[in-house]
Design a protein around this ligand. Structure first.
Ligand SMILES: CC[C@H](C(=O)O)C(=O)SCCNC(=O)CCNC(=O)[C@H](O)C(C)(C)COP(=O)(O)OP(=O)(O)OC[C@H]1O[C@@H](n2cnc3c(N)ncnc32)[C@H](O)[C@@H]1OP(=O)(O)O
Ligand SMILES: [Co+2]
Length: 134
C-alpha cells in the first residue's frame, strides 16, 4: 500500500526562526510560507530531492498542532507523510483493519493540492501518519 515517503513534518513554535536555521545553518533551499487555513497551519517545505521536510507552525490556538506544541514547546517531529496510489482504497482497507482515520474520514486537499488523510498516532507506533494521494 505504501509508496514513497513524501515528507517528514516538524512542528515549530516560530516558523521564521526554524526556516532561518534550515536556510542559514543547514544551507537548505526553502519554499515560501504557505498558509493552509483548512488545516490550521502555515507550512514551509525543504526539498531534499528524495523527500521533503515540512516545517509547520500553528495558524491560531485552534490549530490541530497546538496540543503537540504545548507538550513540546521547542517543537519536534510531528508526522510522516506516505504516498498511496489510491487514498480511498487505502482508507477503506485501513478502517477494515481497525485503524482510526482522523476527522470525518474524508480526504482533504493538502499543501501539494492532493487529497490527504491522517491516521491516529496511537495505532501506528506512536507516530502520526499522513497519507497523500500520489
Ligand atoms: C494537510 C496539510 C499539511 C500537508 O502535509 O499537506 C499538513 O500536514 S497539516 C498537519 C496538521 N494537521 C494535523 O496534524 C491533522 C491531524 N492531527 C490531529 O487531528 C491531531 O493533531 C491529533 C488528533 C493527532 C492530536 O491532537 P491533540 O494533541 O490535540 O490530541 P490529544 O492530546 O488527545 O492526543 C492524543 C494522543 O496522541 C498524542 N499525539 C498527539 N499528536 C501527536 C503526534 N504528532 N505524534 C505522536 N503522538 C501525538 C498525544 O500526546 C496523546 O497521547 P497521550 O499518550 O494520550 O498523551
Ligand atoms: Co504533512
Amino acid at each position: 500500500m505504501l509508496g514513497r515517503l513524501n515528507h517528514v513534518a516538524i512542528a515549530v513554535p516560530d516558523l521564521a526562526a526554524a526556516s532561518a536555521v534550515y536556510r542559514d545553518t543547514l544551507g537548505a533551499k526553502l519554499s515560501k510560507p504557505q498558509a493552509l487555513p483548512d488545516h490550521g497551519v502555515t507550512v514551509v517545505f525543504v526539498d531534499l530531492g528524495n523527500t521533503k521536510v515540512e516545517l509547520l507552525e500553528p495558524l491560531d490556538a485552534a490549530s490541530p498542532i497546538s496540543g503537540f506544541l504545548a507538550k513540546n514547546p521547542a517543537g519536534g517531529m510531528h508526522h510522516l507523510c506516505y504516498e498511496v496510489d489510491d487514498i480511498l482504497a487505502a482508507r477503506d482497507r485501513l478502517k477494515a483493519k481497525g485503524a482510526r482515520v482522523l476527522g470525518d474520514g474524508e480526504p482533504k486537499i493538502g499543501a501539494h493540492g492532493k487529497p490527504v488523510l491522517f491516521l491516529h498516532p496511537k495505532d501506528f507506533a506512536g507516530t502520526l501518519v499522513e497519507l497523500e494521494q500520489a
